[in-house]
Design a binder for this molecule. Structure first.
Ligand code: EAX
Length: 372
């Protein structure tokens, strides 16, 4: 933890240092560091500062924002964030811009969240799971099989309680602007097709850094290892883990078909994706720019969801073409096997799902399904 904060602090200092000397920056465009695994925050910080500096030096943007994600440039997270950048630039005549760095170049999702809090970058979008290290308010989404389909999940995210959760971390320096989406998570592995919970016994599976995700796989007999996204491909390639679990667009855009034989469409957890801006930075903007950014984010959300819907279909085709064998197991046995998570985690207390939030989410789920 100390190492990470030091790295990010170094990045912040680098940003200040390089930004101060940015008058001499010649290029008018942001220089993206080479894509690859999780870069060090320090190296990323200097790249981020170069991008900030070049935009500021070009005299175009009053607010030249830097953003980061843990996914490849072709993933709907990046397509959505770039859409926000395009719209806010239009709406402010170039006064507010957003340069995005994917592939964990600015660090893991936890690093990105800390980066917003430290001010070394301005925007990100992450799965809700890693937020467990900062707050409990998003944990309700990590309950296995809480959503039966995407439509219900979206109804909850767009509801009052969904909006309340999105805005629940203002006091932690994270202003939620809108909901993007990662989607239903599926198991990929090199051992066997997963047709029932018992097939997971003994499988070394990477999970996100979230106690409920790990508990769900432990209950089914797997051996979960929390790991940052930027390290997963190499770990699979080297065989230090047998498996990982992610929605189809993540599996396809990371080309996991090169290092995984099977994808089993378990759909065990739905990952929503809050879009955050550093709250202090947002507060420093004039009201009209804040309004333009909020509008841009709100308008980008349906576009991002469309991209997820599209890549859920095209991505599976690509994985099949790449040699992956897919199966679509019955969900009920997995639901039954992971049901104890509800008793274990829905209670008052730190690291737990608040019963009030759970009941309010359930109300929206029940009214959404009765409306069908
Ligand atoms: O949020 O870490 C993960 O598996 C996430 O799905 C990914 O970083 C996108």
């Amino acid at each position: 933890m100390k190492k990470r904060v030091l790295a990010i602090t170094m990045a912040t200092l680098l940003c200040v240092g390089v930004f101060a000397g940015c008058g001499s920056t010649s290029s008018g465009t942001a220089t993206k560091p080479a894509a690859g695994s999780a870069g060090s925050a320090a190296a990323a910080g200097s790249a981020a500062a170069a991008a900030t500096g070049s935009a500021a030096a070009s005299g175009k943007a009053e607010f030249a924002m830097i953003g980061g994600t843990s996914v490849p440039d072709t993933h709907p997270y990046m397509l959505g964030m770039n859409k926000i950048g395009e719209l806010v630039k239009q709406k402010t005549n170039g006064a507010v811009t957003l340069d995005m760095f994917g592939n964990s170049q600015l660090g893991s999702e936890r690093d990105l969240i800390e980066g917003l809090q430290l001010g070394s970058l301005q925007m990100t979008c992450v799965s809700t799971a890693p937020l467990a290290g900062f707050t409990d308010s998003f944990l309700v989404f990590d309950l296995p099989f809480i959503f039966s389909d995407t439509e219900t999940a979206r109804a909850v995210l767009d509801s009052d309680v969904g909006m309340e959760i999105l805005h629940s971390v203002d006091d932690q320096g994270l202003k939620g602007l809108t909901w993007f989406e990662n989607g239903f998570r599926n198991v990929t592995n090199n051992v066997r097709p997963i047709t029932a919970p018992d097939d997971l016994k003994g499988i070394k599976i990477r999970t996100m850094e979230n106690q409920m995700h790990m508990a769900a796989f432990q209950i089914m007999g797997a051996d979960p290892t929390p790991m940052a996204m930027g390290d997963v491909f190499t770990a699979l390639q080297q065989g230090t883990i047998d498996a990982e679990e992610n929605p189809i667009p993540i599996v396809a855009t990371n080309h996991f078909e090169e290092v995984q034989k099977y994808i089993s469409l378990t759909g065990h957890i739905f990952s929503p994706t809050p879009v955050f801006i550093a709250k202090d930075y947002y507060d420093s903007m004039p009201e009209d720019y804040q309004k333009a950014l909020q509008e841009a984010a709100t308008e980008a959300s349906p576009y991002q969801r469309e991209q997820i819907d599209e890549q859920n279909v095209s991505g599976l085709e690509e994985l099949r073409q790449g040699g992956m064998q897919d199966n679509d197991p019955e969900k009920a046995p997995f639901q039954k096997a992971t049901a104890p998570i509800y008793d274990q985690y829905i209670k008052e207390g730190s690291g737990m799902v608040s019963p009030d939030i759970y009941n309010r989410v359930k109300e929206v789920i029940d009214s959404s399904s009765s409306a069908k």
